[in-house]
Write a protein that binds this ligand. Structure first.
Ligand code: AMP
Length: 417
């Protein structure tokens, strides 16, 4: 016996029975973002490793332990993208898009790769979609992005979604806050986990992101960033909330939401669903006003979000939305002549109509073909045997009602109008 080669842990095939929902979601993504004037951008699956280190930050989990990186035969340090924003910003800078398009609004979708511990809703290759808007520093741009994310899920009737927002302010406000937070956390240094103790020096804000219960207790009384914001930052946040209130987007302000990546500034947000279990984040995003400049481009503000398709599909199937498309016709043919004939009829019908038709192609018994038509839940079967060829009358069975009738070949196209 030969060894059977398995797929890589944390990756998954999308089998023939599941692709319907994927195709539905991909079409929905295209239609939805186009409605807001966002166009699709596709970037390469791998990039120079340095791009991700510089944008996501060396201290993050993604860069420090989750990237799929390698050195190729030409000694180039390469990495499979762990997320899209870095690549999109690289694309924006490299093509000097700010010169031709002051308000660049795009969306994307495709695979991302992170070497995380696989579990329900968490994979090592997963599909993300998201949007990015470059050029506007105004709160209406924040509100557009946040409301897009919220409406995206709401329009799919995904109930049980929760939108949380926060602001982490500009660099200036954050500097003050970081000092205040560090001072507070120093008092609990001996109680903190090893990771948080390290972060106390490198990036104390990240400690607010903790999933550890006893650290959450400590954080409950920590200073809040909102009390450190300058007037401009406060105004930006309250105007963003005003825009959202105005179009009745429900949200909760969570003063301790910071998001895992280093590049965020000002507004950050996340959409969660309790339908998903422990990996409950459907989507997350925020402003990144400094990133374009930090990667060598001009000083251009930007905001976006990223979301996972596997988690979206998980939420959709939990809600029992039905996406599968069922065959309109299953052709059953008995005998060599009938096979040829039914092949021809199926071809004619497909040319004339947008019908979804299955030919057996296995020369099975009538009973076996009927069984298969039931398995695929065909809406009609057309039965062709010697008798039908001679009389030019086909037998048509409506599988929903069970009604059976004879129908002439000429009338068959008419029947499906
Ligand atoms: P992040 O860039 O970590 O905020 O991720 C954005 C979104 O991508 C999350 O809200 C999830 O929906 C999805 N996501 C992130 N990591 C994974 C993963 N390992 N497996 C599946 N989905 C993921």
């Amino acid at each position: 016996m030969k060894n059977i080669i398995q797929n890589i842990k944390g990756t998954k095939d999308i089998s023939a029975d599941d692709t319907f929902i994927w195709q539905f979601v991909e079409k929905y993504i295209n239609d939805f973002f186009t409605k807001y004037g966002y166009s699709e951008v596709r970037t390469p699956t791998f990039e120079n490793t340095e791009l991700f280190i510089r944008s996501i930050g060396g201290d993050t989990d993604i860069v420090s332990k989750e990237m799929y990186s390698w050195v190729d035969q030409g000694n180039n340090k390469l990495t499979l993208r762990p997320e899209f924003t870095a690549s999109i910003v690289r694309h924006y800078i490299q093509n000097q898009i700010h010169k031709t398009n002051p308000a660049y609004k795009i969306y994307y979708s495709g695979s991302s790769f992170r070497r995380e511990r696989p579990q329900k809703g968490r994979f090592r290759e997963f599909r993300q979609f998201g949007v990015e808007a470059f050029g506007s520093k105004f709160p209406e741009q924040d509100a557009e992005i946040i409301s897009m994310a919220y409406n995206f899920y709401k329009n799919l009737d995904i109930t049980d979604i929760k939108l949380e927002l926060n602001t982490i302010g500009s660099k200036e406000s954050r500097k003050e806050y970081t000092i205040g937070l560090k001072k507070y956390l120093e008092k609990f240094k001996k109680d903190l986990s090893e990771t948080s103790r390290k972060r106390l020096d490198s990036n104390p804000l990240r400690i607010l992101d903790t999933k550890i219960d006893f650290e959450k207790e400590i954080i409950k009384d920590a200073p809040k960033i909102i009390d450190y914001l300058n007037k401009e930052d406060k105004n930006h946040f309250s105007c963003t909330l005003d825009f959202l209130d105005n179009i009745k987007i429900p949200y909760t302000v969570n003063n301790y939401l910071v998001r895992g990546l280093d590049y965020y500034s000002q507004t950050v947000f996340e959409i969660q669903s309790n339908l998903l279990g422990s990996q409950n984040a459907l989507c997350g995003g925020g402003r990144y006003d400094y990133l374009v400049e930090e990667l060598g481009g001009p000083s251009i503000p930007a905001i976006g979000f990223a979301a996972g398709i596997e988690r979206l599909i998980l939420a959709l199937s939990i809600n029992d939305v039905i996406f599968k498309k069922y065959p309109d016709i299953y052709m059953i043919s008995i005998g060599d002549n009938a096979v040829k004939y039914s092949f021809e009829i199926a071809d004619t019908l497909r040319k004339n109509k947008k019908l979804y038709i299955i030919n057996d192609n296995m020369r099975r018994t009538m009973k076996a073909q009927m069984k298969d038509a039931n398995r695929v839940m065909a809406k009609h079967v057309i039965i062709i045997g010697e008798e039908e060829i001679v009389s030019k009358q086909l037998t048509m069975k409506n599988m929903e009602t069970g009604d059976q009738e004879k129908i002439s070949i000429e009338n068959i196209i008419e029947y499906f109008k």
